[in-house]
Design a protein around this ligand. Structure first.
Ligand code: GLN
Length: 485
C-alpha cells in the first residue's frame, strides 16, 4: 500500500528502514506496468536506471547521509532534458532525440537522491489544455477514462492521481501545472517566474515558462520545491535570491489571513457545480479565522487574448531551432535546403504547434509588431498592475483553477478558443510572473475541482502554508479514483 502514502510519509518509512528504495521503486514500476496501458501517462519508463538510482539511494541511507527525499521515486515531464534518455517534448520532432545533458531541475533532483521512474506524457511542446496534442496519443483522466486529464502536464497529473508515482514535475506557461492538477484532483504549484531554473527545460514561451512540483499534498510540494528552487547561472532569467525552507511555515495558523476574491473569477463563465465547491472551500477558510474581502482584477478579460499573442510570438522564435539540420526529425531525401526545412517542420510538427508558429510569426512581422506584440506587452503590464494593487489589501487571492471539471476527450479539439478558455483563471498569473497553487477542494459530478490560491512574488511559503492548513482539516487530497485504489 505504499502508493497511498505521501512523500513525507514515504520519507519516514525509508529512514526507519521499514522499506528500501529498491522495494519502493519496484512497487511503483509494477503499478505503471499494470495500470498505465490505458491511461498512457508515461512516454518512457526508465526501469534499469531507476533501479540503479534506488540501489545508490539505499547505500546512502545505510551510510546515514540521506536527505528527506533520498530514495523516493518520482517522474519528470518529458519537457526536461535527461542525459542519455529520450526527451521528446510530446512531439514527433524530438521522437529520436536523446539528450546529451541534464536540465538543472533533473540534476538537482538527482542530487537530492530521488529516483526517476520515467518521463511523462504531455501536449506537444506544452501547447494545450487537454493532453490531446501529444504525438504519443491522449492521456486519460484516472477519474473517468473518457475524459481529459488537462494539459499540458497531463501525464504528470494523471500518473500522480492514479498513484503510479508519488510525485512528478510539471511546467506552467499559462496554467499547465494548475489546470491538470485541478482536473485530476492533485496539488500543483507554479512558482514565481525565475524561482526555478529553465536551463534544459525545452522552451515554449520563455517569459512565461516555469517549472514546479505536482504531488498529493502541499507539504510534498514544499519538500520538492526545496530541492528544485534556486539561482542558476546557466539561466539568465533565474533570480539570485536565497531559497528558504519551504516547510518552515506550513504550520502557521491562518487567523487574520486576508483572502481576496476577485469578482471577475466568479462570473458567468463559471460552472455552477465548480462554484459551489469553491464557496464551500472559502467557508472552510472563514472557519479557520480568515477574513474574506471582495476585490477586482479589472483586466482579467484581457489575459487570454494577450497570452495568445505573447506565447505564440515567443514560441515562433523558440521553435525555429527545430530545422531538421541540427537535431530532431529530418525528412527523407530533401531536394534542397528549403525543401529540407519545409518538409522536416511540416511533417514533424502537429496542427496546434503549427497554428501557434503561424500566429506568432504574423504578430512579430514588420508592420504588425506595434499593433499586436507591443500592444500585448502594454496590456500585460496592466494585468500585472491589477495584482500589485490587490496585494496592497489582501495576503492571497482565491478562486477556481479552471471554469469547469474535466471535459470529454475530443469535446474541444475542433474549437481552439473554447480550449484556450480552460486557462482563463490561470493565465494572468503567468503574465504577472506570480506563484499559484491548485489544491483539491471537492467534486462536481464525480470529477475533481481545484481551488486556486495566488500570492505575491516569492511568497511560495505563504501559499504552501495556506494550502497545507486546508489539507490538515480536509481529506480531498487523499481521494484516489476507485480503479486505482
Ligand atoms: N493551455 C495553455 C496553452 O495551450 C497553457 C499551456 C502551458 O501552460 N504550457 O498554451
Amino acid at each position: 500500500m505504499f502508493h497511498t502514502k505521501t512523500l513525507a510519509e514515504l520519507s519516514q518509512l525509508l529512514t526507519s528502514g521499514e522499506v528500501s528504495s529498491v522495494e519502493l521503486t519496484q512497487a511503483f514500476l509494477q503499478r505503471i506496468k499494470q495500470l498505465d496501458t490505458d491511461l498512457n501517462s508515461f512516454i518512457t519508463v526508465t526501469e534499469d536506471q531507476a533501479l540503479a538510482q534506488a540501489q545508490a539511494a539505499d547505500d546512502t541511507i545505510k551510510a546515514g547521509t540521506a536527505g528527506l527525499l533520498t530514495g523516493i521515486p518520482f517522474a519528470h515531464k518529458d519537457i526536461f532534458c535527461t542525459r542519455d534518455i529520450k526527451t521528446s517534448c510530446g512531439s514527433k520532432m524530438l521522437d529520436n532525440f536523446i539528450s546529451p545533458y541534464d536540465a538543472t531541475v533533473v540534476e538537482k533532483m538527482s542530487q537530492a537522491g530521488m529516483v526517476m521512474l520515467g518521463k511523462t506524457n504531455m501536449d506537444e511542446f506544452a501547447m494545450g489544455s487537454s493532453n490531446e496534442t501529444s504525438y504519443y496519443g491522449p492521456v486519460k483522466n484516472p477519474w473517468n477514462t473518457q475524459s481529459v486529464p488537462g494539459g499540458s502536464s497531463g501525464g504528470s497529473a494523471a500518473s500522480v492521481a492514479a498513484r503510479l508515482t508519488p510525485a512528478a514535475t510539471g511546467t506552467d506557461t499559462g496554467g499547465s501545472i494548475r489546470q491538470p492538477a485541478s482536473l485530476c484532483g492533485i496539488t500543483g504549484l507554479k512558482p514565481t517566474y525565475g524561482r526555478v531554473s529553465r536551463y534544459g527545460m525545452i522552451a515554449f514561451a520563455s517569459s512565461l515558462d516555469q517549472a514546479g512540483p505536482m504531488a498529493q499534498s502541499a507539504e510534498d510540494c514544499a519538500l520538492l520545491l526545496n530541492a528544485m528552487a534556486g539561482f542558476d547561472r546557466r539561466d539568465s532569467t533565474s533570480i539570485k535570491k536565497d531559497v528558504p525552507d519551504y516547510t518552515a511555515d506550513l504550520n502557521k495558523d491562518l487567523n487574520g489571513l486576508k483572502i481576496g476574491l476577485p469578482k471577475e473569477y466568479f462570473d458567468t463563465g463559471l460552472d455552477a457545480g465548480v462554484a459551489e465547491v469553491i464557496d464551500q472551500a472559502i467557508q472552510q477558510y472563514k472557519d479557520m479565522g480568515a477574513e474574506i474581502i471582495e476585490i477586482s482584477l479589472p483586466n482579467t478579460h484581457l489575459a487570454v487574448p494577450v497570452y495568445y499573442v505573447v506565447a505564440p510570438a515567443e514560441c515562433s522564435s523558440n521553435l525555429s531551432r527545430f530545422d531538421g539540420v541540427r537535431f530532431g526529425y529530418r525528412c527523407e531525401d530533401p531536394r534542397d535546403l528549403e525543401d529540407l526545412y519545409k518538409r522536416s517542420r511540416g511533417e514533424a510538427f502537429g496542427a496546434e504547434v503549427k497554428r501557434r508558429i503561424m500566429v506568432g510569426t504574423y504578430a512579430l512581422s514588420a508592420g504588425y509588431y506595434d499593433a499586436y506584440y507591443l500592444k500585448a506587452q502594454q496590456l500585460r503590464r496592466m494585468i500585472s498592475d491589477d495584482f500589485t494593487k490587490a496585494f496592497e489589501t489582501v495576503d492571497v487571492i482565491m478562486g477556481p483553477s479552471s471554469p469547469g471539471t474535466a471535459f470529454k476527450i475530443g469535446e474541444k479539439t475542433s474549437d481552439p478558443v473554447s480550449m484556450y478558455l480552460s486557462d482563463i483563471y490561470t493565465i494572468a498569473v503567468n503574465l504577472a510572473g506570480l506563484p499559484g497553487i491548485s489544491i483539491p477542494a471537492g467534486f462536481s459530478n464525480n470529477m475533481p475541482v481545484g481551488l486556486q490560491i495566488i500570492a505575491n512574488s516569492f511568497e511560495e511559503s505563504r501559499l504552501l502554508n495556506v494550502a497545507h492548513q486546508y489539507q490538515q482539516t480536509t481529506e480531498w487530497h487523499r481521494q484516489i479514483p476507485d480503479a486505482f485504489i
